[in-house]
Ligand binder design. Structure first.
Ligand code: C5P
Length: 684
């Protein structure tokens, strides 16, 4: 996941391939709570790993549930040991972030349990959570006789729940709850009240129209998995039969997130021109209401095929068709339609979306503001939004504010496909605070980049060349991490070839002796066939972890010998070009700016005096547990520099347009900031 202030998406031109969805947020948090309240142990498979589930897990742990992660058939399984409807702790302060799916049901469950069993619990969240209404749920809990104190504004968290052991709930009359602000209030009661239904039935009545009904379906389906069969009369009256009690199903799978699927369905409809987008994890048999987003996308032109737990999407009608749609049944996924509207002919109007205003942010206002930034015309009302796409000349390079709302970030990323709408000129999109996607889809951008294509010249490259131990490897890795870009350490490729050549005895014993023609051809053959894989800072050669070996001095010396062979350099050329991938590349080496990426947007030539370099190298080797001698290191570095500088092919020298940077007296942090500053200037 990116931990960076913003992420720049270049203009994107096409998409295709397969994405596996993370688990559904709504199902994950319901399952966790149900497993936590149940009698018995539940193995939860395919749980979403996100900010909102982390919040729920922490709360369950505080409440005395046993949680254990283990691997089963190569998959992560979470084992949840439930409390069997009994409070194991009398007091806790639960911090629930901005997770509505944790705040509402935990409030209801703990209110019911403290009333019956005694205890005192405080539930709070981030400032935005304290602006999200919960008054209707508090009213319903008070009717039941629960003691709920609002610690801030009336009707909003934070809340305190209190009770003394041996209390009782007023269950004689139906509990009444309003259904038109958030369906999560009803879900919360449905999840909590089976805890009070051992000896008598509990009836819940909904006042007014119930919004987001499909989420209630998810709740009812999951209650049934945990042994509670609710009787539903229309959407007005729900009866939890007497004798209900939670019982673990022993094992449960979490479906992929249907709301998250919407971005990839949209991606297919907009950009899957020659290859479909295949989405794995949800499909026709999903219990999530947002799966019906597929119908809306089809109405706009998407060509969709569906299996039980997969979807395959291609572009159908193009441009997309504008629609007028009541979106009450797909409140979250409907946001994606607002962005698909950028690619439609005419005005798309989405109505009955009032609940957008009380989500992670006021999503109607946020969507209107950000879509206008990219050039669209947007009109909005209390519970509707209408979007007209920009004409080709009106697309704007935008810095999209994301309001700590995962869906804003994911939705607006799709604006980067403006070349497909004929944008003149094509523009990139800056996503501010991209890590907010961690709420439901921590690897969203990696998934998007894995499926998307851009014109090569639109994928920016920063090169950092320089002599051995100038610090370029560390600097490049840090700059890449700060930007959320790919990193190519080209020295490792030469080092790997050196090791392979040595292992096959292709190099003369005397290091000073040049390679004859046959040896040159053989080493070049090794370079062409090199089986090398990078995984973070690990390096795999021929399927073996060689991370330590490649960083050894000996490998550096071997690299320096094989890198002087023109055919080796030629064999590695295309491989290095292949690292130029979305959203950008930082490449370090000797000839990145001069030979491999001569069109790089920023070229840095990094130097440091020989003594500083020898000292850095020394520290690096010692800290890796490799013994070294500082004098011989300095001699070695100087010899290597001389060889790299004096070779005829791709000698070590700064590119003409490189920025010279002597970092002898500069800390790594300052060096990173310096390069980022140069990059910010270049972009501006
Ligand atoms: O940078 P590093 O020390 O890992 O590089 C090892 C050797 O590989 C260098 O001394 C140089 O001879 C060679 N090399 C190269 N061109 C690159 C990167 C490394 O010739 N782009």
């Amino acid at each position: 996941m990116f931990s960076i202030p913003h992420l720049d998406l270049p203009a994107l031109t096409a998409a295709g391939g397969t994405v596996r969805l993370p688990g559904s947020k709504s199902i994950s948090n319901r399952v966790l709570l149900l497993a936590g309240l149940s009698e018995g142990t539940t193995d939860v498979h395919d749980l979403l790993d996100s900010d909102d589930t982390a919040v729920m897990l922490r709360a369950l742990e505080q409440l005395g549930c046993g949680l254990q992660q283990r691997r089963h058939d190569g998959q992560e399984v979470l084992e949840v040991r439930g409390v069997g409807g009994q409070l194991r702790t009398a007091q806790a302060a639960l911090l629930l972030g901005n997770a509505g799916t944790a705040m509402r049901p935990l409030t209801a469950a703990l209110a019911v349990l403290t009333t019956l069993q005694g205890g005192e619990f405080e539930l709070s969240g981030v400032p935005r959570m304290h602006e999200r209404p919960i008054g209707d749920l508090v009213d319903a809990l008070r009717q039941l006789g629960c003691q709920v104190d609002e610690l801030g504004q009336p009707g909003y968290p934070p809340l305190r729940l209190r009770g003394v052991a041996g209390g009782a709930l007023n269950l004689a009359a139906p509990v009444r709850v309003r259904g038109n602000v958030s369906s999560q209030f009803l879900t919360a009661l449905l999840l909590a009240l089976p805890l009070a239904a051992r000896s008598q039935a509990v009836v819940i009545e909904v006042e007014g129209e119930l919004i987001s009904k499909p989420y209630i379906d998810i709740t009812l389906a999951l209650l049934q998995r945990f042994g509670v069969k609710v009787q539903r009369e229309g959407w007005q009256r729900f009866t939890i039969p007497a004798g209900s009690a939670y019982q673990s199903p022993a094992r449960i799978h979490v479906e992929g997130d249907a709301s998250s699927a919407s971005y990839f369905v949209a991606l297919g409809a907009i950009a899957a021109v020659d290859q479909p987008i295949r989405i794995e994890g949800v499909g026709a048999s999903s219990i999530q209401g947002d799966i019906r987003f597929v119908e809306a996308a089809q109405a706009m032109g998407a060509d969709v095929q569906a299996g039980p737990n997969w979807l395959s999407v291609r572009r159908g009608a193009w441009p997309l068709r504008a629609v007028e749609l009541n979106c009450n049944h797909i409140p979250d996924a409907a946001m994606t339609l607002a962005v698909m509207a950028l690619y439609a002919k005419g005005t798309t109007r989405l109505s009955n979306i009032g609940s957008w205003r009380v989500k992670e942010t006021d999503r109607i206002a946020a969507m209107a503001t950000e879509l206008r930034k990219v050039g669209a015309q947007v009109a909005e009302g209390p519970d509707w939004i209408a979007v007209t796409p920009p004409p080709p000349q009106a697309w704007q390079l935008a810095s999209v504010h994301t309001y700590d709302d995962h869906r804003m970030a994911m939705c607006l990323s799709l604006a980067a496909f403006n070349p497909l709408a004929g944008a003149q000129p094509a523009v990139g999109v800056r996503i501010e605070d991209p890590r907010c996607v961690g709420k439901t889809f921590p690897d969203y951008f990696e998934a998007l980049f894995g499926l998307s294509r851009a014109r090569l010249q639109d994928i920016p490259v920063i090169t950092i060349d320089g002599p051995s131990s100038s610090g370029k490897g560390t600097l490049a890795a840090r700059v890449a991490a700060a930007l959320g870009w790919q990193h190519l350490d080209s020295g490792v490729l030469y080092r790997a070839v050196g090791l392979a050549a040595k292992a096959r005895s292709l190099l003369p014993d005397d290091a000073a002796q040049p390679l004859n023609e046959t040896a040159q051809a053989q080493v070049a053959g090794e370079a062409a066939a090199l089986d090398i894989r990078f995984e973070g800072d690990r390096v795999w050669i021929d399927g073996q972890d060689q991370s330590e070996a490649v960083r050894h001095e000996a490998a550096g010396a071997l690299a320096s010998r094989v890198s002087a062979v023109p055919a080796v350099r030629a064999a590695l050329h295309q491989r290095q070009l292949d690292f130029r991938a979305l959203p950008g590349l930082v490449a370090d080496g000797r000839d990145m700016g001069t030979v491999v990426f001569p069109d790089a947007a920023l070229k840095v030539f990094l130097t440091a005096d020989a003594a500083t370099r020898a000292e850095r190298r020394y520290k690096q080797l010692i800290s890796n547990g490799i013994s070294a001698n500082i004098e011989s290191l300095q001699l070695d570095l100087e010899a290597r520099d001389l060889r790299d500088r004096s070779r005829t092919m791709a000698p070590l020298k700064p590119a003409e347009d490189a920025v010279m940077f002597d970092n002898s007296g500069t800390s790594i942090e300052e060096s990173v900031q310096q390069v980022l500053q140069w990059w910010a200037h270049r972009r501006a």
